[in-house]
Design a protein around this ligand. Sequence first.
Ligand code: AMP
Length: 397
Amino acid sequence: MKILVINCGSSSLKYQLFDMDNESVLAKGLVDRIGIDGSNITHKKTGSEDHKVSTQIPDHKVAMDLVLKLLLDKDHGVLKSLDEISAAGHRIVSGGDYFKESVLVNAEVLDAIKKCIPLAPLHNPGHLMGIEAIQHALPKMPNVVVFDTAFHQTMPDYAYMYGLPYDVYEKQRVRRYGAHGTSHHFVSLRAAEFLGIDISKIKMITCHLGNGSSISAVQNGKCVDTSMGLTPLAGVLMGTRTGDMDPAVVPFVQKALNLGPDEMNNFMNKKSGLLGISGVSSDLRDVEEAANKGNARAKLAVEILEYGIKKYIGAYTAAMGGLDVIVFTAGIGENSASTREGVCKGLEFLGVKIDPAKNNIRGKEAIISADDSRVKVVVIPTNEELMIARDTKRLTA
Ligand code: AMP
């Protein structure tokens, strides 16, 4: 069974074609700058070199047709007929509180995704264009939507509500939704499998640390709290995002710097975080390098990041009444041994003990806690696309 996983942005289309008989990737690629001058496709058939095509791509329908053509191409393709694709799975950033799990696409589902546009104005419109484009090209093929928010829908109300007047929740649906749910779900399942333990009996904290970072408390396989909020600005310090702040900082800084609401939003999302504190870069590799050379602000940025993650681990351990497993994933979580060590240092009182030699790994599954650590600490590379393909297979097989 072959499944096409699609992640569409407003001007981009990422795709991966899976052979679900063995969960291997047959081909993948990225269409960039859709509707903008200089559009191009980078396509890769597994085992071959990247194949780049530069051409005018005015909209998502043209982009999708080009992708399907490449999948059939005699040199760069992997299919004889488009009928070999059984279904497509789409990543959707926000399903608000409409969707608690992945679903098959129908008119009602598309309508609900549209209703969630105010919650993900930069993402949901692009996702809808992607669905429309493949429905146009392959009208008989089923489509499944997989939501970044769905895994967090099991949070209890006292964890997702904000202390605003209740009306604001009822009318504007303002509450914590969380993000990266597909990743938290994938790594929580995989960590339990990797450790050979029953996920329905354990308390786990999953740390997705990348350009955007979020931490989730996963009790008995269900998310009970997560650090991102109404939007992905909340939680720990990120590449260019502030993370949590006193909400009164917002009007204070707006007034002081004479910024409008959109400018302030941009300031908090694009100019802050590791970049804003260090003045060096949003990329942790650059910040760590500068810190190691003695740059005090870079060192401070690293300390804020590690301290913030540590505080979430403490809070979520209290929320769950214990802790059995910590999972690190995504760019920073999978690659930065020093961040993992910095986060876990001082958590010995919770039963967390890192083994520095075991922690000296990058980008692969590993137990990094000491043999006598009560809490198991693991690195699990995330694979959101595979999770989407699995859900798509489950709902269409
Ligand atoms: P992601 O958003 O998951 O792709 O993660 C991207 C981030 O991972 C980058 O901005 C880097 O800060 C971080 N990263 C990747 N490799 C390393 C590494 N070897 N050491 C530290 N940080 C890394």
